[in-house]
Design a protein around this ligand. Structure first.
Ligand code: HEM
Length: 258
């Protein structure tokens, strides 16, 4: 019997790289659809409709479990969780695990292309990649705001008194560019070393995937520069398109030459 794709020959857990295993013929439509709930240029109604469509698609995926992590969950824990719960896990993995790192990689590449001196720093000193990734995480802050919190008691915040039960949305982008906290927060200097940042949020909801995200960025960015020593914009910045206002920042086009 052939081992399922998520098991290595030694029987170790080895997730399919695509995790969710969206069939190839659906991928383009799925990728377009998956970004829509995050697109703040759409009306709340259109975002809600898109959210429901992604959820329905995910429910279809878990109902026909394939290889990959989602399939393994459905097969091994299908009797402990409802289809809705499994679809919600798949959706969370997609939003939290893919949208964030994929956009960090593309926006990180854009930042390096726009700051050739910093690209040189990373190319010449790949051993400094850990510190460089922390700077990029703060400088880009791809996730605009932390998960919503609710005050459990009256609290005074920046001179405003909030009653208990108030919804609080913390802007991570503003916190990470706060001049009271970071010197020259708008300058990109990969060598400066970071005192810490809020790109992964804070407290009990601090990003569960932070170590994985850091590993991906620490591996991928130096590998990109190694593999493409002449990486540059295809036509200055003319073809670059940023995602219009979003909960997770990103690029929709980044034409490059090498
Ligand atoms: C550069 C990449 C990433 C960034 C910037 C990021 C950022 C964040 C932020 C800001 C939060 C909310 C924290 C809060 O409310 O205080 C969060 C939560 C979360 N992230 Fe990430 N994330 C990234 C990658 C990942 C990856 C790769 C995974 C999993 C594979 C992941 C899984 C999660 C989960 C499950 C939560 C919810 C935690 C909870 O509510 O307890 N994230 N992330």
């Amino acid at each position: 019997m052939t081992a399922p794709a998520y098991l290595s020959r030694q029987g170790e857990f080895h997730p399919d790289p695509s995790l969710l295993v969206v069939p190839p013929e659906d991928r383009e439509r799925f990728q377009r659809l998956a970004g829509r709930p995050l697109d703040l240029s759409l009306t709340p109604e259109d975002r809600t409709t898109a959210f429901r469509q992604v959820r329905a698609y995910m429910a279809g995926l878990v109902s026909r479990p394939g290889p990959g992590v989602l399939g393994a969950l459905a097969r091994e824990h299908g009797d402990e969780a409802t289809v809705d719960e499994l679809a919600a896990i798949g959706h969370l993995m997609l939003l939290a695990g893919h949208e964030t790192t994929a956009n960090m990689l593309s926006l990180g590449t854009l930042a390096l292309l726009r700051h050739p001196g910093q690209m040189r720093v990373l190319r010449e000193r790949p051993d400094r990649v850990d510190a460089a990734v922390e700077v990029l995480l703060r400088w880009l802050t791809v996730v605009n705001a932390a998960s919503p919190r609710v005050t459990t008691e009256p609290v005074e915040l920046a001179g405003r008194r909030l009653p208990a039960g108030e919804l609080v949305l913390v802007s991570l982008s503003a916190a990470n560019r706060d001049p009271a906290y970071v010197r020259d927060p708008g300058d990109l200097d990969l060598t400066r070393g970071e005192a810490g940042h809020l790109a992964f949020g804070h407290g009990v909801h601090h990003c569960l995937g932070a170590p994985l995200a850091r590993a991906e960025l620490r591996i991928a960015l130096p590998a990109l520069l190694r593999r493409f020593p002449r990486l540059r914009f295809a036509d200055s910045t003319a073809g670059v398109r940023l995602r219009p206002g979003g909960l997770v920042h990103g690029v929709t086009a980044l034409p490059m030459a090498w």
